[in-house]
Design a binder for this molecule. Structure first.
Ligand SMILES: NC(=O)c1ccc[n+]([C@@H]2O[C@H](COP(=O)([O-])OP(=O)(O)OC[C@H]3O[C@@H](n4cnc5c(N)ncnc54)[C@H](O)[C@@H]3O)[C@@H](O)[C@H]2O)c1
Length: 362
């Protein structure tokens, strides 16, 4: 594509596909395991998309009952995921517990021959992840990871523009988030030492690969720091430099910004550049610039909840079309390789090769 300008008409630019997909006919019974805070967004998206949630499970039964009453009153509720997995009508299981609780639930769901959509971050150990990927292959079911950021309208639109050849060969991806993440105070999330670079940044590590067509960096260098006066346990400042043979990427996370919040993405290629800016991940304006001029699409939808239509829709389409999903766990382990390398780099002050660190540093 280098040197070959792709000039698209306004009509073509306006018709770039970025919306979540819905399978043609496949509407399986879905079971949700873990009915915590984020599942309001899962269930809103599924209800809007016309997906069929038939069962809800949480160790806190009242929580499962609450989500049923809010979204799918006909759903059966369980407090033990093993009981949900015995329900033979359930074909797809959405697992939205925290990573350490999740591995055994994913394993049992695969053994029960259910297709699985796991919340992110997928695992705390890459080799454990490989075992799950192999089990899914053996059981002939799909194992996908809920990287819903890929369906944030601005990221999806930029990706579609890249796929259409509008940007040429992408060589620079610079993503910067300046927001307030202190809402985690007193929650499970505050206990995650590398909260920002693991639990949050996994979306951005994944999106760098998404924009660079799956290319893997040759080196990862990261650092973290504290906001002055910070009392929250995890460091709220983090930055990462990713080196590629023919590209570079940087990520900036300022997670303690109280005023003037901003979220910005800059993606440059040999034929064009995409810039997306807004006050948050939920409110973004994209601008594409190429030899043909600039284009500012009006995008509908939001990361939350529509990204969850994107991920579940992609999994269901992949099952219907009998193809691997684009959010497969096997692919996701590559994003986690970069993430774990960044965590180790932040701890050691040294650049790290993706894949060299197999376990979430404690
Ligand atoms: N993709 C995204 O954009 C996104 C956004 C937010 C959170 N998440 C991820 O989703 C996961 C959950 O986040 P949350 O905010 O809902 O957390 P949460 O703490 O609010 O909820 C977790 C729920 O899991 C339940 N649970 C724990 N063990 C269980 C078990 N064995 N069986 C059934 N239920 C069990 C808990 O009772 C709780 O209700 C985390 O991994 C988080 O990183 C993803």
């Amino acid at each position: 594509m280098v040197g070959q300008q792709v000039v698209m008409s306004l009509q073509d630019l306006a018709s770039i596909q970025y919306q979540p997909s819905t399978p043609k006919a496949y509407r399986p019974a879905i079971g949700l395991v873990g009915c915590g805070g984020i599942t309001i967004e899962h269930l809103t998206a599924y209800r809007n998309a016309g997906f069929h949630v038939a069962a809800l499970c949480d160790v806190r039964l009242d929580q499962a009952k609450l989500r049923a009453s809010q979204f799918f009153p006909e759903a059966t509720v369980y407090s033990d995921f093993r009981e949900l997995l015995k329900n033979e009508t359930i074909e797809v299981v959405d697992i939205a517990t925290h990573p350490r609780d999740r591995v055994e639930i994913v394993r049992q769901a695969l053994l029960a021959r259910k297709h699985v959509l796991s919340q992110k971050p997928f695992v705390t150990n890459l080799d454990q992840g490989i075992v799950l990927v192999e089990l899914a292959e053996k059981m002939q079911v799909q194992l996908a990871v809920n990287q819903n950021g890929r369906w944030a309208p601005h990221f999806r639109y930029i990706h579609s523009a890249i796929q259409a050849g509008l940007l040429g060969e992408v060589f620079a991806v610079h993503l910067a988030c300046h927001w307030d993440h202190t809402w985690v105070r007193g929650t499970e999330f505050e206990k995650i030492r590398h909260l920002v670079l693991y639990d949050y940044a996994i979306h951005w590590f994944d999106v760098v690969r998404y924009f660079l067509n799956g290319r893997q960096p040759t080196s990862v260098f990261a650092s973290t720091a504290r906001v002055p006066g910070q009392d929250l346990a995890p460091n709220l400042l983090a930055q990462v430099h990713l080196t590629f043979d023919d590209a570079q990427a940087s990520l900036v996370f300022d997670a303690g910004v109280q005023f003037g919040q901003m979220d910005q993405s800059y993606v440059a290629g040999t034929l064009g550049t995409a810039i997306s800016t807004g006050t948050s991940i939920q409110s973004q304006q994209v601008e594409l610039s190429t030899m043909g001029g600039s284009w500012r699409p009006t995008l509908s939808g939001k990361w939350f909840p529509d990204g969850f239509h994107g991920t579940m829709g992609e999994l269901l389409c992949a099952i219907e079309e009998k193809r691997p999903s684009t959010i497969s766990a096997a692919d996701n382990l590559k994003s986690l390789e970069i993430c774990f390398a960044a965590l180790a780099s932040a701890d050691s002050g040294q650049p790290i090769l993706p894949g060299a660190v197999r376990e979430l540093p404690q």
